[in-house]
Design a protein around this ligand. Structure first.
Ligand SMILES: [Zn+2]
Length: 366
């Protein structure tokens, strides 16, 4: 049992919290109505049926013939039913490798296979990304067949768990320029249900992209930084030399200069213009106003007190840095005691530079 297995194990991807287990709550939505039965405690395979004694007085009775678990009081909130919020899950998966979501388009019913997004390449082309609600090897097999029958080429197929991907199926995908990955390869669930992208999963996708669409990486996403093995965040220094240029130094290796344009995630390329993303300006803010930025300072920076938005922006920046440098640890952690973000790496501006001008301009345009 992995945290992701309830996606396929729960009928209709619905169940009470006890049935979802450690599944990240951010991908769940409560539905109307209360469950008539909930899983028994202590991991028993049996179920407790709910007997209503009064409006808020429920007793769960184990349905096992031998009364394996007996009875106990059940609270109302234990009966709330949650369903998988696919939109949120897909969004998180796509973000982990820089994909963009589309309104899901179903191409097969059993198992359900849907096109959920694409990875931008040059021009208007996109590498298609599919999701298959496939619980086991034979379902993944059927999903790949459905994709090939659909004429899919150079596709990324996401299935709930890596263990259900067989060698034969992966080979079929490869023959058509495709690749199959598990959600568990792409996303990691840490303590308290915090979800983050796995660098190792990203490596898999990047390696596939380098083969299937070599231009993608070069033109749309740039290349990754040649970080020396064993580099830790404390060894990394990013110095702004201009609005769009940074100098990067890793440990004793020679410093190199990089343009924003060549750093993945730091640019939004439209047809006419290549605009710096909010991530780039946040990096700039750490350089100009850091090293520490408190929540208050960030509220001023964004001219907003939407803390969820601010946390999201910060985590997007962290993710982009992890991807670019290939370092797994969190680069800009929140220090609970001091109540501020302090980067593990050094982010600074050149002595002759004043980034404030651009930061103010950005806020005005935002
Ligand atoms: Zn029981």
């Amino acid at each position: 049992m992995s945290v992701w297995s309830p996606i396929t194990e729960l009928l209709g991807a619905q169940g009470v919290m006890a049935a979802w287990g450690d599944f990240p709550a951010q991908f769940l939505t409560a539905v109307d109505g209360l469950a008539a039965a909930i899983p028994c405690d202590r991991g028993h395979p049996c179920q407790m049926h709910i007997v209503e004694h009064g409006p808020d007085d429920f007793v769960g009775v184990c349905s096992n013939e031998d009364g394996l678990c007996g009875k106990r009081q059940v609270r109302n909130k234990e009966r709330v039913v949650f369903r998988l919020d696919e939109k949120k899950l897909f969004e998180e998966i796509l973000q982990s490798f820089g994909g963009k979501s589309v309104i899901p388009e179903e191409i097969s019913v059993r198992p359900r296979v849907s096109r959920i997004g694409g990875i931008p390449t040059t021009g208007d082309d996109k590498l298609p990304v599919f999701f298959a609600l496939a619980a086991d090897l034979s379902a993944v097999d059927a999903a790949v067949k459905a994709l090939l029958a659909h004429g899919a080429e150079k596709f990324l197929l996401v299935v709930p768990e890596e263990k259900t991907i067989g060698i034969v199926q992966q080979n079929w995908a490869t023959q058509h320029g495709g690749r199959i990955v598990g959600v568990d390869q792409m996303l990691e669930v840490a303590d308290k249900g915090v979800v983050s992208a796995r660098t190792s999963g990203l490596e898999v996708v990047l390696t596939w992209m380098e083969k299937s669409a070599p231009k993608t990486l070069r033109d749309a996403d740039g290349a990754r930084f040649p970080t020396p093995p064993g580099t830790k965040w404390k060894d990394v220094t990013v110095t702004f030399k201009g609005r769009d240029i940074v100098e990067i130094k890793c440990g004793i290796a020679k410093a190199v200069t990089r343009e924003r344009l060549h750093i993945p995630g730091m640019v939004d390329a439209t047809k006419t213009e290549k605009v710096p993303t909010d991530k780039w300006f946040l990096l700039m803010a750490f350089a100009a106003r850091g090293p520490d930025l408190s929540m208050k300072e960030l509220e001023r920076f964004y001219a907003s007190n939407n803390r969820d938005m601010i946390k999201k922006q910060k985590s997007d920046l962290s993710r982009a840095l992890r991807v670019y440098f290939g370092i797994d640890a969190e680069p800009i952690p929140y220090r609970n005691r001091e109540k501020f973000y302090r980067p593990e790496l050094t982010i600074r501006e050149d002595d002759n530079l004043d980034l404030e001008v651009w930061l103010e301009g950005w806020l005005k345009d935002r």
